[in-house]
Design a protein around this ligand. Structure first.
Ligand code: CP
Length: 310
């Protein structure tokens, strides 16, 4: 069996292009499995996985849990709102207590940048980063590139515009790393206040005008305005943001070309996307969600294999 170069999935930054291609080929097989009448395989029987979510999630959490169950793993779920974190327990104590119950893999979402990296240094289980603050969200970027590959046949040579709140987005950073490794041209588009100063140093084109970005790209990956991470005002109002950066179906239709519309979710309908755009024939937003299960099955399966002897 081919193996990943890493035993944890902490981010896309340290993966190789071969790692990404191995994950996609493995996900192709699992996508066939989850479309069969019997959707379950015994690959992770006797492997115990803890989903440890210190931040809210719908898609990522459900998708990981479903992927784990499709692979026949034993699954335990943890969320801060119902845990002893509320009584002041530390991250390391929390996870060490979970590991004392013989857990093999930990899928973790945390509001602090570097939390999964910290855990990986201190515990033996495989760690999968399900989003750490404004840093990385590797499985989202994997499923995004996988969805582009599925829709357009390849990622290499394609023009991808990432549009919106780049400054606060872990999805943007992981996507930039993945897309660049796979040979895509990448543009970051948003209001200047929501584009980090270092962004051009990642090898992306920077654009402030959303209509120019849409005219340029094959794929528009539109991001949510993350009000919960914004301590100051980066733009005058949501209404003004929507006026200048909101995308509706007419804008897409007026391009007079094929364009693929993506969004990692959750969508702020009426802010970055109108419903007629989000639900239009341009959109592959629900395909992204479907592909998330196959991608997460592939990641779990390959990381479990990283523990077995060569
Ligand atoms: N895309 C994403 O991470 O969604 P959730 O926050 O619902 O997991």
């Amino acid at each position: 069996m081919s193996k990943l170069s890493q035993r944890h999935l902490l981010g896309i930054k340290n993966l190789t292009r071969q790692d990404l291609e191995l994950i996609f080929e493995t996900a192709d097989n699992f996508k066939d499995v989850i479309n069969r009448p019997i959707k379950k395989v015994p690959s992770l029987r006797d492997v115990t996985i803890a989903n440890v979510f210190f931040e809210n999630s719908t898609r990522t959490r459900l998708s990981f849990e479903l992927a784990e169950k499709r692979l026949s793993a034993d699954v335990v779920n943890f969320s801060t709102s119902t845990s002893s974190v509320k009584k002041g327990e530390t991250l390391l104590d929390t996870v060490n207590n979970i590991l004392a119950m013989k857990v093999d893999m930990v899928v973790m979402r945390h509001a602090s940048v570097g939390a999964p990296h910290f855990l990986a240094k201190h515990i033996k289980a495989n760690i999968i980063n399900a989003g750490d603050g404004t840093h990385e969200h590797p499985t989202q970027a994997l499923l995004d590139s996988f969805s582009i590959r599925e829709k357009l046949g390849a990622v290499e040579g394609k023009k991808i515009a990432i549009i919106g709140d780049i400054l606060h987005s872990r999805v943007a950073l992981s996507n930039i790393f993945a897309l660049k490794k796979l040979g895509a041209e990448v543009m970051a588009c948003g209001p200047p206040t929501l584009l980090p100063k270092y962004i051009a140093s990642l090898g992306v084109i920077v654009e402030w005008d959303v209509k120019k970005a849409l005219a340029w790209c094959d794929v528009a990956n539109v991001l949510r305005i993350q009000l919960e991470r914004q301590q100051i005002k980066y733009f005058p109002s949501l209404r003004e943001y929507s006026l200048y950066y909101g995308i509706n179906k007419k804008i897409l239709d007026d391009l007079k070309k094929e364009i693929v519309l993506m969004h990692p979710g959750p969508i702020n309908r009426g802010v970055e996307l109108t419903s007629d755009a989000a639900d239009s024939h341009h959109s592959i937003i629900l395909d992204q969600v479907e592909n998330g299960v196959a991608i997460r099955m592939a990641v779990l399966y390959l990381l479990a294999g990283a523990n077995s002897p060569k």
